[in-house]
Design a binder for this molecule. Structure first.
Ligand code: COA
Length: 326
């Protein structure tokens, strides 16, 4: 039985660090409020000339180096993002060209913060079906370009970054054991970016009304996220006939420390089994899980045969999880 296995990881975060105290100078907020309500201490901001594909390229090169693989060997490139370089072509096509991955098909996935896990599920299915063997999957975002820096409700939350994984077709017990995808479009207005699409094409009015920025009903989203994620992790473990104590690590989407704590509590997992880095990066949407995974892999926190549970929740609404035997 063919399985998809992550054989390499890589990540990249822009150099510029924006701390909570930097934000205190821009909007009416405080380090204390942001730390207590979100767990975030600082985030990275893309340089003036950097776009999402630039961040994706850096993360991808690191993953390819880790795998000792040439871009020419790739069969498929998937980029999960809601902040692509432009509406089209896809960021995956831009990345394919810059990597020189001439053989690879390429497309983007838009599932907001769940994008990386939606992408993992798609990659897993392609590999299991036998259509593709070597797949580069990237989560990359420059949300700072879509952030209203006058809105304290949102501007303290997001950051820029990219994480990449390379999947290969393998046989044996290790690899992706299951993925679980969900969506509920009826709650799409809780978290969206309305301007610049075909509903509200760019115009003076859309600019005046600030429709090109992320809008979020934070508190409502928070409550729904906690409930949904509790059910999602239970569903994922049950499907694999595993107990929480068998998990080596939970790798959650990094939106809010209180949401992460609630999910860990539900599983009865101590926080030292949860990979947390949102204090340093904020919410990087589709990039958050692959960045956290890369850091955990490269610091030796994850070992062969470990069971890992990855989970995310985001705009759409979408939510998704994966169970991996490393
Ligand atoms: N600094 C200081 N005060 C702020 C603030 C900031 N940056 N942002 C909001 N506030 C204020 C609000 O104006 C409100 O004041 P009021 O009571 O006088 O009206 C108060 O803090 C509480 O706001 P509320 O929205 O109820 O806070 P919260 O506890 O829900 O925390 C979030 C806000 C955004 C941190 C939290 O709701 C959250 O993380 N939401 C979900 C994010 C998420 O998961 N998104 C989906 C995945 S991307």
């Amino acid at each position: 039985m063919i399985k998809a296995r992550i054989i390499a990881t890589g990540s990249y975060a822009p150099e510029k660090v924006m701390s909570n105290s930097d934000l205190e100078k821009i909007v009416s907020t405080s380090d204390e409020w942001i730390s207590e309500r979100t767990g975030i201490k600082e985030r990275r901001i893309a340089g003036e000339k950097q776009a999402t594909s630039d961040l994706a390229l850096e993360a991808s090169l690191k993953a390819l180096e880790y795998a000792d693989m040439k871009a020419k060997e790739l069969d498929l490139i998937i980029v999960a993002t809601v902040s692509g370089d432009m509406l089209f072509p896809s960021t995956a096509c831009i990345l394919q060209h810059r990597l020189g991955a001439a053989k690879a098909a390429a497309f983007d996935i838009n599932a907001a913060c769940s994008g990386f896990l939606y992408g993992l599920s798609v990659a897993n299915s392609f590999i299991r079906s036998g259509q593709f063997k070597k797949i580069l999957l990237v989560g990359a975002e420059t949300l700072s370009r879509f952030t209203d820096w006058e809105d304290r409700n949102t501007c303290v939350l997001f950051g820029d970054g990219a994480g990449a994984v390379i999947l290969n077709a393998v046989t044996g017990d290790n690899g992706i054991l299951s993925t679980h995808l969900h969506a509920d479009g009826s709650m799409g207005d809780l978290l969206n970016l309305p301007g610049g699409g075909s509903r509200h094409p760019a115009s003076k009015e859309t600019l005046d009304e600030k429709l090109h920025f992320i809008k979020m009903k934070g508190n409502e989203t928070f409550k729904i996220a906690v409930k949904i994620l509790e059910n999602l992790v239970t569903e994922t473990l049950k499907h694999n006939d595993l107990k929480p104590s068998q998990l080596a690590a939970l790798i959650p989407h990094q939106a809010n420390l209180r949401i992460i704590q609630a999910t860990a509590n539900r599983l009865g997992l101590p926080l030292d089994k949860v990979v947390i880095n949102l204090d340093r990066y904020g919410n990087t949407s589709a990039a958050s899980i692959p960045i956290a995974l890369d850091e955990a892999v490269r610091t030796g926190r994850i070992r062969k045969d470990d069971y890992l549970l990855l989970e995310a929740f985001g705009g759409g609404l979408t939510w998704a999880s994966a169970l991996i035997r490393w």
